[in-house]
Design a protein around this ligand. Structure first.
Ligand code: UDP
Ligand code: MG
Length: 318
């Protein structure tokens, strides 16, 4: 066992005024327990990252930061999305030199008690501890099917991603230092974690329903996140074009043989039909598909070359 660590708990929040009081209460209890039982040092803290909320989230965070010495807040100037808010919190933890950092959602759907186990793993020498959900009972049938289908698809495309791991994880100072060297704009953090290597382990936790408010992941945000994961980590869509092209090429050879047969050995040939219509469908379709996918990648190159900042911190309170 190493000496007592300092811990930063990072909570991204987007329009979470309904859940914040309960979250602060539960996490405050957890914090106090961890400090009192000598699991973490008293310099540890909880930092709420307001991801450009339109409701009272930031006002609440500021007043909690005034009341409790262990609560801090960061306000992003506009809504950047969950992954970018998380990055802001991770960078903050790194900047303040905490020994380790745990990120989790504001709605406490992920059992906060797993934090204690994560810290124990850290003290055993692990640099990254991944939270893995035990069940998906609290999810709707739709969410369950799409999530599991997505993980399976990612594996099929050769992306190394942990099944049922979202963004509930512990990272050491060193892991954060490595992670923050990634300069990509299209963030899919759970995929990037694998790329940093280091000693990693898993901790299982239970999930519950969101206790207040609505999901802040709209279908649009969800789809864009899923698509980002694929195009940032897999070249399979490009390969698929080659494969499709090859199959269509073979198919057109077989078709041509059939057309030649009809022309020379039967009287059924309609002059010009096959040679006009077949290539029209095939080539038209495949060109559109190819252009679409290539366009996606060019879009990413475009975003990367611009090198825009991920976020602007408008204010900080401590
Ligand atoms: N979140 C965020 N920015 C966004 C959307 C969500 O910071 O644009 C936060 C949100 O406040 C929560 C976490 O990301 O702490 C996960 O969101 P949510 O619980 O709504 O997603 P779900 O559990 O439904 O997938
Ligand atoms: Mg949630």
């Amino acid at each position: 066992m190493s000496t007592l660590p300092t811990l930063a708990i990072v909570i991204p929040c987007y329009n979470e005024e309904e859940v914040l009081p309960e979250t602060v209460k539960r996490l405050g209890e957890l914090y106090t327990r961890l400090v009192n039982t000598h699991k973490i040092l008293g310099k540890s803290y909880i930092v709420f990252v307001d991801d450009g909320s339109q409701d009272a989230t930031w006002e609440m965070i500021s007043s909690y930061a005034d009341t409790y010495p262990f609560i801090k807040g960061i306000k992003l100037s506009k809504n950047e999305g969950h992954q970018h808010a998380l990055l802001a919190g991770m960078a903050y933890a790194h900047r303040t030199h905490t020994d380790c950092m745990v990120s989790l959602d504001a709605d406490l759907q992920q059992d906060p008690d797993a934090v204690e186990v994560m810290v124990e793993k850290y003290r055993e020498g692990y640099e990254v501890v991944l939270g893995i959900r035990e069940d998906r009972e609290s999810d709707s049938f739709f969410k369950k099917m799409t999530a599991e289908g997505y993980y399976t698809l990612m594996h099929f495309m050769g992306v190394d991603i942990e099944f049922n791991h979202a963004d509930y994880r512990l990272m050491s100072y060193k892991a954060l230092s490595f992670f923050l060297q990634f300069k990509e704009r299209n963030l899919f953090i759970r995929g990037m974690i694998k790329l940093i290597g280091l000693k990693t382990t898993k901790v299982y936790f239970k999930t519950t329903e969101r206790f207040a408010g609505e999901s802040k992941y709209t279908l649009k945000k969800m789809l864009s996140f899923a698509w980002s994961g694929i195009t940032s980590f897999s070249l399979f869509p490009l390969k698929l074009i080659t494969i499709t092209g090859f199959i269509i090429f073979l198919g057109s050879i077989v078709l041509s043989l059939d057309v030649l047969y009809t022309v020379y050995f039967t009287n059924e040939a309609v002059p010009g039909w096959a040679s006009t219509v077949l290539p029209l469908y095939f080539i038209g379709g495949i060109q559109l598909l190819a252009l679409g996918v290539i366009g996606e990648y060019i879009g990413k190159i475009y975003a990367e070359t611009k090198g825009r900042p991920h976020y602007f911190i408008e204010e900080e309170v401590a």
